[in-house]
Design a protein around this ligand. Structure first.
Ligand code: MG
Length: 185
């Protein structure tokens, strides 16, 4: 059997890898971009290193392109190969009648159109609504708001590693991932 290409792992930024806030928290920010104080999620560098070893990587955020590009330059290691960095412009806008609000959705068919296989694509996001079209590809992270004790990325690294050799990521139930990973909280 020919060896399969590595799974594409698409990472969200805000509240998944980083907390950017106009309000300064008690602790020192890791950096600043525009009006934002940036707090990088604990274990980010180890997490990215692990992901980079086992996956092809991409970033998809529902924030503006200017902000996103500045953040990516600031928090991701130089030289990290990314298949794409997509911002709000690539999201689909939906209206939630219940709360009378617009929200953004990341539709993986757009990624599929670039030639990537939907069976071999994972997306990590803290907001399930943003991946509502592709819950079978989604892994939900707890939202990060600057807690220095947070260890979500450490647990997630272990879990993702266990998925790296799967032929079809959609065949696996991922909602209880915290109970299935080697580094439990
Ligand atoms: Mg987010």
């Amino acid at each position: 059997m020919p060896e399969l290409a590595p799974i594409l792992l698409i990472l969200d930024i805000d509240e998944t890898l980083l907390y950017a806030s106009e309000k300064r928290l008690e602790k020192e920010p890791d950096s600043r971009v525009g009006p934002y104080f940036n707090y990088v999620r604990p274990y980010l560098q180890e997490f990215l290193q692990c992901c980079n070893e086992h996956f092809r990587l991409a970033v998809w955020s529902s924030s503006s392109a200017d902000y996103l590009n500045a953040i990516v330059a600031e928090i991701l290691p130089k030289g990290l190969k990314l298949e794409f960095v997509w911002s709000r412009e690539r999201c689909i806008q939906r209206f939630d009648g219940e709360v009378q609000e617009f929200y953004y959705v990341k539709d993986l068919r757009k990624v599929q159109r670039m030639g990537f296989d939907l069976d071999r694509m994972l997306i990590v996001d803290d907001t399930p609504k943003k991946v509502e079209r592709n819950f079978g590809n989604a892994i939900y992270a707890k939202p990060y708001f600057g807690d220095p004790e947070d260890s979500e990325l450490r647990g997630l690294s272990g879990y993702l590693k266990s998925m790296a050799a799967l032929a079809n990521v959609r065949s696996v139930e991922k909602r209880g991932w915290r109970n299935n990973c080697s580094n439990k909280d």
